[in-house]
Design a protein around this ligand. Structure first.
Ligand code: SF4
Length: 245
């Protein structure tokens, strides 16, 4: 059920016609985790970029996260406990699941989401699948139903490069929706539906000079910025606006 939503407009949301891989993959496949970011959802939150995406939107900003090959593999409950501790220590309000496609590994990410919920934190998820499809599939897919049930805020729909969204935060194209599935972020979604909102870009420079970027900026703005900073050392970082964006 959606409490409040900022609906997507236009596009053929089902154009890609893909379905999530079958369940049964016990390991968590991921690429990058940050304990606190202000660019991937409401407030300050942890974020994990998962690896593997069957949707494969043309123009996706994270094609390096499409393949499952090269992912970090973990037992989800153990890794989730570490991430909860890191997020709490950093003062985060919750976690954002992005990627990559979180619902392509719903079993493992439901465990992560439930761990954050269990600690009183919120869960935001991006998906290239539409909410309608996820709901439909959830009738026969307990893993998808479980991850949906543990999600407070969902940004859904494929990224369509020819429909750029410059009015709302976090998402990349106008067809995508932002939905409060629980009351936790309902006021924020209501505000976005009414007033829109801006994007944010974060650049982290490690002691060894490695540059990591997440959030959203235009290619031109980012290129100009990184020209001044040196070579970006993380293609695992998210330069997405979707979702993955
Ligand atoms: S935008 Fe998201 S759903 Fe689309 S291909 Fe990229 S990671 Fe996958």
């Amino acid at each position: 059920m959606t409490l409040v939503e900022s609906r997507g407009v236009g596009g053929r949301a089902s154009l890609l016609g893909t379905t999530p891989p079958p369940p049964g993959q016990p390991e968590l496949r991921w690429s990058r985790f940050v304990p606190a970011t202000a660019a991937e959802g409401p407030g300050v939150r942890a974020a994990v970029w998962v690896q593997g995406c069957a949707v494969r939107c043309p123009g996706c900003f994270n094609p390096h996260l499409w393949a499952t090959r090269g992912a970090r593999l973990d037992e989800p409950a153990e890794r989730a406990a570490e991430w909860v501790d890191a997020a709490v220590a950093a003062g985060a309000d919750g976690i954002t699941l992005l990627g990559g496609e979180p619902f392509d590994q719903a079993d493992a990410l439901a465990i992560v989401a439930e761990a954050f919920r269990g600690a009183g934190l919120g869960v935001m998820a991006f998906s290239g699948y539409t909410f309608d499809r996820l709901q439909e599939w959830s009738r026969d897919r307990p893993d998808i139903a479980r991850l949906l049930a543990a999600t407070d805020l969902l940004c859904d729909g494929p990224y369509l490069a020819d429909l750029p969204d410059t009015r709302r935060p976090w998402i990349g194209s106008r067809n995508q929706a932002i939905r409060a599935l629980t009351p936790r972020y309902a006021a924020e979604v209501e505000r976005i539906a009414r007033d829109g909102g801006g994007d944010a870009l974060e650049v982290r420079i490690a002691a060894d000079g490695t540059v990591a970027v997440n959030g959203w900026a235009t290619d031109a703005a980012l290129a100009a910025l990184l020209d001044d900073l040196g070579v970006r050392g993380d293609r695992a970082a998210s330069l997405r606006k979707e979702p993955s964006r």
